[in-house]
Design a protein around this ligand. Structure first.
Ligand SMILES: [Zn+2]
Length: 366
């Protein structure tokens, strides 16, 4: 593992977050029609009320936390995403400050640690983890330690995260194959599987009355796309399905919430990325040349203001994935690229506790 490159990426990501934050003031959520990104004036870690009984909470990505949502029904609370154990611990008091209703369900949008490793914490607080069946299928692939094999992702994560070490993997036990509906007459939440994307088990939470869509990492808002467990070509088609819902508010898995444009931008980033890689293949570039074109691809993508914020991450890992999907072959840099992708995912999901400590030390808890 290369500490220097991880640090560089971390610093790059932090710088970008700063840019995104400073741009945000010009684009309030009410005038988002043509804006490339929409930015509500809500800070990370602040409870963001979207409607009566419906909340969004942007997690602190520096410590790996994903975004959360929760809906207060007549008799219970449904939470969207379990987060890491420390993320769950952070928002439970925030929910309890708003309602005495019991937290009954924690919906995992997908199997990744920053969305599902907090399940045990929710169970200890009276909730049941709920997910699309694909989440358990994915866990069976990657959580080999839990399923009786060699140490898997949980055990790896536990090396660097104290909250993971102090908890245990709890796969979701209430599963739905396509759809699950929560409806008490006042609030309605439809948990829906729309196709392969960020993983093979992504599901969305759709609130048809308020036209709010919680996407998990199937849609992020910024340089947080990890493509290792999914399929980019299918992802684009799945976003078409999500767009058909007609959401007005998008609550992404990471980054600020925004309007429907966020879904468009996420999809356009992948479309443009594929176009750029296709051009290189058509121009008969060698795999080595394609591998070495990542800066050029990144520059081309960043020229489009609506998707520039997605191109700040590890373009090489994204190019590698597209190349593999298009040709069935890996780029020669694939080992390096996938290692960096893992590192970047770690960055995006806050797994570099050494760096987090570093940042806190130098920059406080900002
Ligand atoms: Zn994820």
């Amino acid at each position: 593992m290369c500490r220097v490159s991880r640090r560089e990426m971390l610093l790059g990501g932090a710088a970008l977050l700063g840019v995104a934050a400073s741009e945000s003031k010009a684009k309030p959520i009410t005038s988002e029609k043509t804006a490339p990104a929409t930015h509500p004036a809500v800070e990370v870690g602040k409870v963001d009320q979207l409607s009566d009984g419906i909340y969004f909470h942007e997690g602190n990505i520096k410590i790996g936390h994903c975004n959360n949502g929760w809906i207060i029904f007549e008799d219970y609370v449904l939470v969207i995403d379990a987060n890491f154990p420390s993320g769950a611990q952070e928002i439970i008091p925030k929910i309890k400050a708003l309602t005495d209703k019991p937290i009954r369900f924690a919906f995992d949008t997908h199997h990744h640690g920053d969305h599902a490793y907090g399940n045990q914490v929710w169970v200890e607080n009276g909730a049941v983890p709920v997910a699309h069946t694909g989440v358990v299928d994915e866990m069976k692939k990657y959580e080999t330690g839990y399923y009786g094999g060699a140490p898997g992702r949980w055990e790896n994560e536990a090396k660097s995260r104290e909250d993971v070490r102090g908890s245990k993997l709890k796969p979701p036990s209430v599963l739905f194959p396509r759809e699950m509906i929560f409806d008490d007459g006042k609030h309605r939440v439809e948990l829906r599987y729309l196709g392969v994307g960020h993983t093979h088990g992504d599901a969305y939470a759709w609130l048809p009355k308020e036209k709010i869509l919680f996407t998990g990492d199937a849609c992020v808002n910024g340089p947080y796309n990890f493509v290792g467990d999914g399929n980019i070509e299918k992802w684009i088609a799945t976003i078409d399905e999500a767009k058909k819902l007609g959401a007005k508010i998008i609550c992404p898995g990471h980054g600020e919430r925004g309007a429907e444009t966020v879904l468009n931008d996420q999809q356009k980033y992948f479309r443009s990325l594929r176009e750029e890689v296709r051009k290189l293949i058509k121009a008969k570039k060698s795999p080595e040349q394609i591998r070495d074109s990542s800066e050029q691809v990144k520059t081309a993508l960043k020229a489009d203001a609506s998707i520039a914020r997605y191109a700040e991450g590890d373009a090489l890992a994204h190019i590698e994935k597209v190349y593999e999907e298009m040709t069935g072959k890996k780029l020669p840099a694939s080992q390096k690229a996938s290692r960096e992708a893992r590192d970047l995912h770690a960055v995006a999901h806050g797994r570099q506790s050494d760096f987090v400590m570093d940042r806190r030390h130098h920059h406080g808890h900002s």
